[in-house]
Design a protein around this ligand. Structure first.
Ligand code: SAJ
Length: 417
């Protein structure tokens, strides 16, 4: 098959390379000329574990370009960001991808939408554009929605091993796409209709968002009762049907903080979903209140944010709660310094650990990077002005930090060490 993949980002590029490694002829299309040039030189535009490994294998069957050409399959994997003003999906990129495709669409082509979209988007937005080709969807060409479900940091593994959902305009469309994906997917592939597939993708992330909001609220309640939420969660999760998530400074990334809005944007329901968004979005405010209490006797305090990635062990800071925390802290007159061992691009300078903790009054852990467990509090303490830590992820080795003379507070645990 000749497959054109539109959008060579975190999802489109690995998908394109997986199809190419499976023996298909793949044309990667992106509007970013720099990215296209890099790829054609055999260089990857971003890091993702495992991606480099099979790039070489894929190369003979892969070409990057800025123009769409005639193909058997068109796969759309462009961003569908949240419009902050309307809290609805911004479908501009998906629409322009469809505009590029319809000019080259032929009978019996398959069009796949992988981008995350609000329910009914494929039917109401995408298909009308494709039908400007004068071909009829479901009769002259095939259409499916096959949402991506891979987690950043483990994208390749999950793309190969996770189960997939394919929603087709017709059963034939879904069956055709299933056959195509089977060339690299080892998980099960389930077939459904277009709107159900769109909905399923969204409710997976909504489930996670609402559950994280629940534990974030419980963490605050636990503090009122003077108990440790982390112990309570561990014990509650001994129940065979309970799986409480982990509290933290909120939810970042380009999926979980966004997809719940797509579920409710055109619905008259959605109270719990909107409330969960609010709880998670305001966690940085809560953490700042806690930090302020710790620093109440210190004039002109400086704080050090440990971790600005939206989650542990990744270099991705998109929609990170760290940014909200830093901005709020600055508004209140705190001086903020930032350290993250992975993140390269960020709105604030990323300092070395020594620079970031020097003369600081308090460390605030925002990201659960595994390496933070192995920090040396003795050395860090010697550089700081006051030895205070707020652990927003319960990730540090508290015993070690207490032994080094630190006063530690942990989110969801009002007990001091
Ligand atoms: N988080 C918590 N507590 C938890 C779990 C996560 O505070 O117990 C926070 C993380 O720190 C992070 C955010 O939530 O800020 C999201 O992280 P994540 O690891 O839960 O998910 P993402 O956004 O990296 O990827 C999700 C995945 N969806 C699900 O697990 C249902 C992934 O499978 C999707 O493909 C991806 O969204 C997407 O693209 O939609």
């Amino acid at each position: 098959m000749k497959i054109s993949v539109l959008g060579l980002g975190y999802i489109g590029l690995p998908t394109a390379l997986l199809f190419a490694s499976a023996g298909h002829e793949v044309i990667g299309v992106d509007v970013d000329t720099r990215k296209v040039e890099l790829l054609n030189k055999g260089k990857l535009p971003f890091q993702e574990p495992g991606l480099e490994g099979f790039f070489e294998k894929a190369m003979p069957n892969f070409k990057a370009t800025t123009q769409v050409e005639e193909s058997d399959v068109f796969l759309i994997a462009v961003p569908t960001p949240l419009d902050e003003y309307t809290k609805a999906a911004d479908l501009r990129y998906a629409q322009s991808a469809a505009e590029m495709i319809y000019l080259h669409l032929r009978k019996d082509n398959l069009v796949i939408l992988e981008s995350t979209v609000p329910p009914k988007t494929t039917e109401r937005i995408l298909i009308p554009i494709l039908e400007k080709s004068r071909l009829k969807a479901g009769r002259d060409f095939y259409v499916v929605h096959c949402p991506e479900r891979a987690i950043p940091g483990k994208t390749i593994y999950e793309m190969v091993h996770n189960d997939r959902i394919i929603g087709g305009i017709t059963k034939e469309s879904a069956e055709l796409a299933k056959k195509l994906y089977s060339s690299f997917v080892k998980g099960n592939i389930y077939i459904t209709d277009l709107t159900t597939a769109e909905f399923v993708k969204l409710i997976e992330n909504t489930y996670r968002d609402v559950n994280i909001a629940l534990v974030n609220e419980l963490a605050q309640i636990a503090e009122e009762y003077g108990i440790n939420i982390w112990n309570a969660i561990e014990l509650a999760n001994k129940h065979p049907r309970v799986n409480l998530h982990k509290p933290g400074p909120g939810v970042g990334g380009h999926c979980i903080a966004i997809d719940p809005w797509f579920v409710i944007q055109s619905s008259s329901n959605g109270k719990i979903i909107a409330l969960a968004r609010h709880v998670n979005d305001t966690m940085p405010n809560y953490i700042l209140r806690k930090v302020r209490e710790m620093l109440k006797d210190i004039k002109y305090p400086t704080i050090t944010v440990l971790g600005v990635a939206y989650k542990g062990n990744v270099d991705d800071a998109r929609e990170t709660p760290a940014l909200r925390f830093i901005k709020l802290a600055e508004n209140e007159g705190f001086r903020v310094k930032v350290y993250d061992p992975f993140v390269k691009e960020f709105e604030y300078p990323i300092l070395s650990l020594e620079e970031a903790v020097k003369d600081s009054d308090c460390i605030v852990v925002i990201t659960d990077h595994e390496v933070f467990k192995f920090l040396d509090p003795e050395k860090i303490g010697q550089l700081m002005r006051h030895k205070l830590v707020f652990d927003g992820r319960n990730i540090l080795d508290h015993k070690k930090w207490a032994e080094a003379g630190f006063n530690i507070k942990v989110l969801g645990n009002s007990k001091e060490r």
